[in-house]
Design a protein around this ligand. Structure first.
Ligand code: SF4
Length: 654
């Protein structure tokens, strides 16, 4: 294993350290082809009832005008499939030729109808033919397993024939949490299971010489989604399959959470050069999604043609696997400690005693004691200080440049020095009796001599900088080089942005830094921005990235689907109500899903779930277990509070 090169381990990506887009095959979707050298397409999905032709047409137009290059519509049954014909005709009549996609889950008959009218149909291998997993522990003999495969062929090959005849493309869209009973019995709900479920359909496409295929594997769990897509590409390469990829994080939610989570999952794959089309799923109006997707794609494509990054030569890391770099524990950083957040105030001209209040601490007016909020930074890095640092919160560490450390240390033992790479390499640091020696450095500083010195310093923590056009890849190379030399010094990733729009900062920082945490390479984050965005928002973005990459939970995680034609209630209003009531339960994941058909499976590993069960009706779940069925929606939130209380997971808001 040791002698295995990176390229043999990570065949999903041509070069882990130099951006280049995977060359996929070409798929015709109406007049907007996908894959090959075509641009990365942006798409979105309506949330209207497909039987409401007027509303669907109007919404589709708003989506197209905001940048959607494909428009997908829920197609539950025959009636919806038939209505696609009228929606398509009306759009053409009004001059919109954007391809339409029918979203089919369970209904092969609906698929065969829709395939005649729209440009692409989406089928879900988990439930298109096979029985949906009901976790009843069914066992499948080899014979039964093969029988299941035969049934798929019997239904899928005729559909391919219809698609060939009508020049309709097919997306094989696998979702985590909705695998079939047969696949689950053999592989469980794992990346391997999702990949195998997808490959079964792709192999049939190949045998049938049907090339107008796209693939997606989605999950609300960003790590699961990224690892699975990488594994799929590796496996497809082995079988000479190069179909284009559709990327997306399901149930990402709304607002800041939805953007950061989508950017972490989708961005990690785009950074690897994967992805021919993306959908950013937000629990917001669908026309909001495409501009967000476009920003993401544009940001990643800025990396094209960057100055080459020298690749570390060997590594044992397989980025298709779940991985966490092994590091030593230095005070509260590294080892098994959660990733830390460092707020960088070093560009502030003047020291200010209210810095802690800008990064999650609050002074209680009565007790005059500091209170630590859920998003309280672990350290602040300050340029200059005054004696008031002795009154800073006890939990808040301070970092100052090494030249001022001795003076600052007189006022607070929580002060840690930050050394330049130059000073670290050449000076004797033994007089610095602090708990941590922070070292500011970049990839070019990592000489053998530097790494040897690091290995001899048990207090060292690296602050990894990069101003490279592809900073993500340079920071990835930085950690790979440490691994190559078996150096276990913890690494905090620092990035400086210059953004004036919060959304831009969220997308760009989450895309790059989130990807590094998904790879298991980081022990902390230090985010700074010179544009016009408040310190509180920058700090919240740093915490949001760690949460979305699943390395540190600091607030309630809300997993909500974007809603579609199956949603029979005002999803956005319910999500906002649920957020109001449960935002203080930072130890929980709470799902809000639009429908009972796909919601329970797709809300993944939530602790509690609120799932639409029909008009005015809701079902409540504890994990995957149904607790209350079809209750009135007006009682649902109070009932959910009761369930959480009964299970001992409730705490009162402060
Ligand atoms: S969970 Fe149901 S309502 Fe929500 S997007 Fe998926 S299919 Fe639509």
């Amino acid at each position: 294993m040791k002698s295995m090169t990176i390229s043999k381990l990570n065949t999903f990506c041509k070069d882990l350290f130099n951006y280049s887009r995977r060359l996929s095959s070409e798929t015709q979707i109406g007049k907007t082809p996908l894959g090959a050298e075509y641009s990365i397409r942006i798409q979105s999905m309506t949330n209207t009832d497909t039987n409401d032709i007027k509303a669907s047409v109007e919404q589709a137009i708003r989506m197209i005008e905001s940048g959607a290059e494909y428009v997908r519509l829920t197609t539950q049954g025959k009636k919806e499939a038939e209505n696609l014909k009228f929606i398509k005709a009306e759009l053409l009549e009004r001059g919109y030729e954007t391809p339409l996609v029918a979203d089919i889950h369970f209904n092969p008959v609906a698929a065969t109808i829709a395939a005649q009218y729209v440009d692409k149909i989406r089928v879900n291998p988990g439930n298109f033919v096979d029985k949906r997993a009901d976790l009843d522990g069914s066992e499948y003999s080899e014979e039964m397993y093969q029988e299941g495969l035969k049934k798929i062929r019997n239904k899928f090959i005729p559909l391919i024939a219809i698609c060939k005849e009508h020049k309709t493309a097919i997306r094989i869209g696998t979702n985590h949490g909705s695998l079939s009973d047969r696949i689950m019995s053999r592989y469980g709900d794992t990346p391997r299971g999702m990949v195998e479920a997808t490959l079964e359909f792709l192999r049939i496409c190949k045998e049938e010489r049907f090339n107008d295929v796209a693939i997606s594997i989605k999950s609300s769990n960003t790590v699961m989604m990224v690892k699975t897509v990488r594994l799929l590409v590796s496996e497809m390469n082995k079988e000479d399959l190069y179909y284009p990829l559709h990327l997306g994080v399901t149930e990402a939610g709304e607002g800041e959470d939805g953007r950061i989570k989508s950017a972490v999952g989708t961005g990690a794959l785009l950074n690897d050069g994967l992805g021919d089309t993306i959908r950013i799923s937000l629990t917001e109006d669908p026309e909001i999604e495409s501009p967000v997707g476009k920003k993401m794609v544009d940001y990643v494509l800025e990396k094209e043609g960057h100055c080459p990054i020298e690749s570390p030569s060997y590594s044992q890391i397989n980025l298709c696997d779940f991985y966490k770099r092994s590091t030593v524990e230095v005070d509260n950083i590294g080892g098994r400690k959660p990733a830390v957040v460092i707020a960088d105030f070093s560009l502030e001209r003047h020291f200010n005693s209210d810095f802690p209040e800008q990064v999650g601490y609050r002074m209680d007016a009565e007790s005059l004691e500091w209170e630590k909020g859920d998003l309280a930074a672990d350290f602040i890095y300050i340029n200059g200080f005054d004696p008031s640092i002795r009154d800073f919160p006890k939990e808040l560490g301070l970092i100052v440049d090494s030249v001022c450390w001795e003076d600052a240390f007189q006022y607070s033992v929580k002060v840690q020095p930050l050394f330049s790479a130059e000073v670290f390499l050449h000076d004797d640091l033994s007089s610095f009796k602090s708990d941590i020696h922070f070292i500011n450095c970049s990839y070019s500083d990592l000489t053998e001599e530097f790494i040897n010195k690091l290995q001899a310093n048990s207090k060292a923590v690296l602050i990894c900088q990069s101003n490279h056009q592809n900073a993500f890849a340079e920071q990835r190379a930085f950690v790979f080089k440490l691994i190559q030399f078996n150096c276990k010094t913890p690494v905090v990733f620092h990035r400086l942005f210059n953004e004036n729009e919060l959304e831009d900062l969220q997308l760009k920082s989450a895309c790059d830094l989130g990807a590094l945490f998904i790879d298991g390479l980081g022990n902390g984050i230090c985010l700074n921005n010179t544009g016009n965005i408040s310190r509180e928002e920058v700090n919240a973005t740093a915490f949001g990235i760690l949460q979305a990459a699943r390395v540190r939970t600091s607030k309630t995680e809300f997993i909500s689907c974007p809603g579609c034609g199956r949603t029979l209630f005002k999803l956005q209003d319910v999500v906002s109500e649920v957020k109001k009531k449960f935002a203080h339960l930072s130890h929980l994941k709470i799902g809000v899903m639009g429908c009972i058909v796909n919601g329970p499976g797709e809300m993944g590993d939530v602790d509690y779930g609120y799932v639409g069960a029909g008009a005015g009706r809701v079902s409540l779940y504890k994990s995957q277990e149904l607790i209350k069925k079809n209750i009135l929606s007006e009682d649902a939130i109070e009932e959910l509070i009761q369930i959480i209380k009964e299970n001992g997971d409730w705490k009162d808001a402060k």
